[in-house]
Ligand binder design. Structure first.
Ligand code: G5P
Ligand code: MG
Length: 217
């Protein structure tokens, strides 16, 4: 039987979590669960959760831990005997500890990218909200400008992709992530991947996952 993997991908806003995750999905049989995409789906569908979190996300603040844990637990409940990678969760030590009581992770991928490239990435990002597909006007442009490659539907810019919210997101990341990193270092799950670009980081992540899947249980 194929080996199952359960993993987390960490990294600053715009470090390439979504980009690397979509390459993982294309190369391996893995489900990608992005906390941000899940939240934006709730906002788009105007669910109770969506109404509660909309302004928090627009301001670049963090959604409360208990709500976030509930949402992720609900998603994981539906996955049986399939590999998955969690992107954007956990983001606080409380979330990391809660997750460790529910599932056994195989590893944590930590993308380490210099902060000075992130703002340009955010400015050029375009997303297809229903699928979470991510484009960039120069790095990864859509075939037809402003349209999703698969559905042809409109691409939009995220409401939290502005200078003010990004500043807040980066400062919250710098404040909240070190205890999460420490937690995973202590658990011997942490693997750092450094690089200036996603193209530089991807082959290293690919080899790491391929090796993990090859090893005996
Ligand atoms: P999200 O949605 O998790 P962030 O801020 O953590 O948001 P984000 O912005 O989605 O992370 P990413 O996924 O790491 O970034 O990056 P990406 O989309 O792949 O790449 C960014 C852009 O750069 C894209 O346009 C891509 O094409 C381009 N790009 C990639 N690589 C390169 C490259 O090498 N070169 C160039 N030039 N471009 C490149 O969370 C959003 C909000 O939801 C809430 C919070 O409010 C959060 O702010 N939230 C939570 N709150 C509490 N707890 C949680 N666990 C939460 N999760 C989400
Ligand atoms: Mg993302």
């Amino acid at each position: 039987m194929a080996k199952i993997l359960q993993a987390v991908i960490l990294g600053a806003p715009a470090s390439g979590k979504g980009t690397i995750s979509s390459r993982i999905v294309k190369s391996f049989d893995v489900i990608h669960l992005s906390s941000g995409d899940i939240l934006r789906g709730h906002i788009e569908n105007q669910t109770d959760y969506g109404v509660r979190v909309k302004s928090t996300i627009e301001k670049g603040l963090l959604v409360p831990d208990d709500l976030m844990v509930t949402l992720i637990e609900n998603e994981l409940k539906h996955i049986h005997r399939k590999s998955w990678i969690l992107d954007g969760f956990p983001r606080t030590r409380v979330q990391a500890e809660m997750l460790s009581t529910k599932v056994k992770l195989d590893f944590v991928i930590n993308l380490v990218v210099d902060f000075d490239v992130l703002i340009d990435r955010i400015k050029g990002r375009w997303v297809h909200l229903p699928s979470g597909r991510v484009y960039h006007s120069e790095f990864n442009p859509p075939i037809v400008p402003g349209k999703d490659d698969i559905t042809g539907e409109d691409l939009v810019q995220r409401s939290d992709d502005n200078a003010k919210s990004l500043h807040k997101r980066l400062s919250l990341y710098s404040e909240k992530i070190p205890p999460v990193i420490e937690f995973y270092k202590e658990s011997k799950l942490l693997h750092n991947f450094h690089g200036k670009t996603s193209n530089e980081i991807w082959p290293k992540v690919y080899s790491f996952i391929a090796q993990f899947l090859k090893e005996e249980n």
